[in-house]
Design a protein around this ligand. Structure first.
Ligand code: GDP
Ligand code: CA
Length: 316
């Protein structure tokens, strides 16, 4: 069994590749919920929805987020009457937020709601939130602290990044299925999808108990670099690394995760860095990591599984 940690769009692509190789009983996809927020009284889970829409094959590949063939009647009407229009909500997407909010208000946990949405979309693989508790990623910048959506959407990631902290994390515990998967005797590897290390993967690692559970699981931990040829495929990961003074390359990714990872999958473009990274005790696989098609996703997923099969957990 494999546990994959995923943020939104980057994570969803590798997770999708893994679903093409692994049976539903062989994979648990644990998703960041640090970006979740309440908007217009609806509970919005951007990363869970990116993974959900991708695995349901209804995601919009051109826009890069949301649902394909979306319409925007609600948004246009809202704008006309002076409503809050800084966060885009498509008509189809809105249905997810309304139904999720209804179920949460009824008393279901976020895990239960996510399971129900997966069933409705006929997704057989398990998508689980990192936690059922409400937590919020706060981005620290030279201009002050901002909740993730504020930094990302309103400020367009412009302020200089200095780090993150979380609201409500002390009381959080991992979602039951995530916790159980990390203890499952049939667990063979843990994958960090090519998601943003700071605002997608680190929030998952920061849920109390998760870091130790990963560290002690005794199985190799493999990351896929979200940085290719000195750039992020999308989003602020490269800018954040540069602002923290890290090399904007898979080397910086290796440095960031440090001893926690046993292997790193890097792109063909970065082949020259393989030796330096291996010298730090991390196993490296060089391959195409830019996922433009379902075939790319499955090939990368297979390479990631192959690397895991050749490695063992440090010290075990
Ligand atoms: P978000 O929450 O939607 O921003 O999604 P993630 O955190 O999961 O993914 C964002 C990260 O994924 C960015 O750092 C991108 O560079 C990376 N990414 C997106 N697509 C790809 C891809 O095809 N290959 C690789 N290696 N990284 C990708
Ligand atoms: Ca996200």
């Amino acid at each position: 069994m494999i546990v994959a940690l995923a943020g939104g769009v980057g994570g969803a692509k590798l997770a999708h590749g893994l679903t093409r190789i692994l049976d539903p009983s062989e994979l648990v996809i644990a998703v960041n919920t640090g970006d979740d927020f309440l908007h217009l009284d609806y509970f919005i889970c951007p990363d869970l929805d990116s993974v959900l829409y991708k695995l349901a094959d209804i995601n919009d590949t051109e826009r890069g987020w949301g649902i394909r063939d979306e319409t925007w009647n609600f948004m246009e009407s809202l704008k006309k009457i002076g409503g809050e229009d800084w966060f885009q909500l498509g008509d189809k997407d809105l249905a997810t937020h309304i139904e999720r909010t209804r179920r949460l208000t009824e008393g279901q946990t976020l895990s239960e709601v996510t399971r129900a949405l997966c069933q409705q979309h006929k997704i057989a693989h398990s998508i689980v939130p990192m936690t059922d508790h409400r937590v919020g990623t706060v981005v620290d910048t030279k201009d002050g602290d901002f909740f993730f959506q504020d930094y990302f959407v309103r400020l367009r990631c412009e302020p200089t990044f200095t780090g993150v902290h979380y609201k409500g994390m002390e009381e959080a515990v991992p979602a039951p299925q995530f916790k159980a998967a990390l203890r499952d005797p049939s667990l063979t590897a843990i994958m960090f999808c090519p998601s943003n290390p700071y605002v997608s993967i680190d929030p998952i690692l920061s849920v109390p108990g998760v870091f130790n559970a990963l560290n002690n699981a005794g199985v190799p931990i493999i990351a896929v670099s979200p940085i290719i040829g000195g750039q992020a495929v999308k989003g602020p990961a490269a800018k954040m690394m540069a602002e923290l003074g890290l090399p904007v390359s898979p080397r910086g990714i290796a440095q960031h995760y440090g001893n926690l990872i046993d292997g790193l999958v890097i792109d063909n473009e970065d082949v020259d860095l393989a030796e330096q990274i291996m010298a730090t005790g991390i196993g490296v696989q060089v391959t195409n990591t830019l996922m433009k098609s379902a075939e790319d996703e499955a090939l990368l997923a297979q390479e990631t599984l192959n690397l895991a099969a050749t490695l063992s957990r440090k010290g075990s």
